[in-house]
Design a protein around this ligand. Structure first.
Ligand code: GLN
Length: 292
């Protein structure tokens, strides 16, 4: 343990780095010290000898102890950046992942009406809906979640960031207002119930309601693919994130249920991570019934 006379930022950081395991001990320590002191991370390098108070040191080491026990850094800070937006997070939602930004990029790449109506299903923090609102102010964006705490959190993020979206509490399509959309987008739970990843890293602390979807991880994706067309205008799109090894199964589900233009895209790590498909126009579905 370090003595009171050495309560400098640098002494605290090096002690924390010795304790914290994982990929980024220095970054984690700097983020926690910055959170406790209100000082910017760059100041720790510019002025390493700066003193902190006893109270700040105690708070800092309490957080370091939680980090050592595996608590995700985002939960300790109560914040995670997504699409350059600082989002409040809580233990009742998934922590937004960088790979989900690829879903946002894919949505922005579609040709949609100027005032497109969009629904983000299972929004959690509101990450996807808010990222889209920041890029397309003319879109009408709704977000839904089954969990009341998540609905509250997404609303709070919408207010703090001044990005207007409508957030409703609904289990998938069950309690939605009667409406049709141009785009349905979702990062649903997709991890198989007995997957070993559930025992590793941040996911140990995240709610299983946001992660797990039946024995093959496809329960929620199946529901969204089966019911999605009822909630879409003709020519509207459904865009789903899925596991790195689920691309083929998801394309198959879309193909079995009469979707068009089925396409899988990759994440930053080169894994198949999302699949999108289009609801046919009535003339397109009619064409399928004519002899060629
Ligand atoms: N991609 C996340 C993970 O594997 C899971 C997210 C999800 O289930 N939607 O950690």
């Amino acid at each position: 343990m370090i003595s009171e006379s050495s309560l400098t930022c640098e002494a605290l950081l090096s002690e924390a780095v010795n304790r914290i395991q994982g990929d980024s001990p220095r970054l984690d320590a700097e983020l926690l010290l910055s959170y406790v002191t209100g000082l910017g991370r760059t100041s720790f390098r510019a002025w390493p000898e700066r003193q902190v108070t006893d109270h700040q040191a105690q708070q800092f080491f309490a957080l370091v102890a939680e980090r050592v026990s595996g608590q995700p850094i985002a939960y300790l800070l109560g914040q995670q950046e997504f699409w350059s937006l600082p989002l409040s997070v809580s233990a009742s939602t998934l922590i937004p992942r960088p790979d989900t930004e690829c879903l946002v990029e894919a949505a922005l790449s579609l040709t949609l009406p100027e005032n497109a109506s969009v629904l983000d299903l299972g929004t959690g923090t509101g990450a996807i809906a808010l990222a889209l609102a920041s890029e397309r102010p003319s879109w009408q964006i709704m977000a839904s979640d089954r969990i009341a705490d998540a609905v509250e959190l997404a609303r709070a993020n919408s207010t703090t960031l001044d990005l207007p979206i409508t957030v409703v509490q609904s289990h998938w399509f069950d309690q939605l207002p009667d409406a049709q959309f141009d785009l349905l987008i979702s990062n649903p739970p997709y991890i198989p119930a007995r997957d070993h990843h559930l025992g590793e890293g941040d996911v140990r602390f995240e709610p299983s309601s946001a992660l797990v979807a039946g024995d093959d991880g496809l329960d929620d994706i199946r529901l969204l693919v089966l019911q999605g067309q009822n909630w879409l205008h003709e020519g509207g799109w459904l865009l789903l994130e899925h596991g790195y090894d689920q691309g083929e199964a998801v394309r198959h589900l879309f193909a079995q249920t009469g979707w068009n233009k089925i396409e899988t895209r990759k994440d930053y790590g080169g894994n198949e991570r999302m699949t999108l498909a289009r609801k046919p126009n009535s003339d397109e579905s009619a064409r399928g019934t004519h002899a060629q």
